[in-house]
Unconditional design. Structure first.
Length: 188
């Protein structure tokens, strides 16, 4: 895949998002990060909370090794069904419908893109679901030059939780001038 080429499954999932009026898909800058993370674990279990229309899933898939598995979950049954169609020809991919905790039976994860449930409502459990050496990716943060990081004038407790968790080595990266992602690895 050329550096700026958009994988065909990403294009298909973006089409579903447009048709459904779904406006929360991950951006290409985050998608390339997802592809990289999945590629780093060629035999791994890759998970995603918050499938949406499958854009993030497609980016993860673009880096998925031949021996890896990808499991993703979406609450919205219609979106989940449409996203599943994008991956119907690949038995390595499972699209689940329901609460994010459905992912627990597939843990531990070598890569976990936590973009839906869990990120805010049970961050401690999110960390527990990572395998030693597992990569956690969280997007949709706003840049902050302060420490501790701030959002809308207040300490961003959620971001601080992940950046300072004792089981994680974590950093924040700028994905665009107005957005950041937290990338963390669970200690071995």
């Amino acid at each position: 895949m050329a550096q700026r080429e958009i994988p065909h499954r990403v294009v298909a999932a973006e089409g579903i998002a447009a048709e459904a009026g779904f406006k929360k898909s991950c951006i290409h800058e985050v998608g390339r990060l997802l592809s990289l993370a999945a590629a780093s674990k060629p035999h791994g279990v890759v998970a995603e909370s918050g499938t949406g229309s499958g854009v993030g899933t497609a980016w993860l898939h673009s880096g998925l090794g031949t021996e890896a598995r990808l499991v993703t979950v979406e609450r919205d049954a219609e979106l989940a069904g449409r996203a599943a169609g994008v991956f119907a020809d690949d038995t390595r991919v499972s699209v689940l419908t329901g609460d994010w905790r459905l992912l627990e039976r597939h843990a531990p994860f070598d890569v976990f893109f936590c973009d839906g449930g869990g990120k805010r409502d049970d961050p401690a459990r999110v960390v527990e679901l990572l395998a030693p050496g597992g990569i956690l990716l969280l997007d949709d943060f706003t840049p902050s030059s302060d420490w501790p990081p701030r959002f809308e004038g207040e300490v961003d407790e959620l971001r601080l939780f992940y950046l300072t968790h004792p089981a994680l080595n974590a950093t924040e990266i700028l994905t665009t001038p107005v957005s950041t992602a937290v990338v963390a690895v669970r200690h071995v």
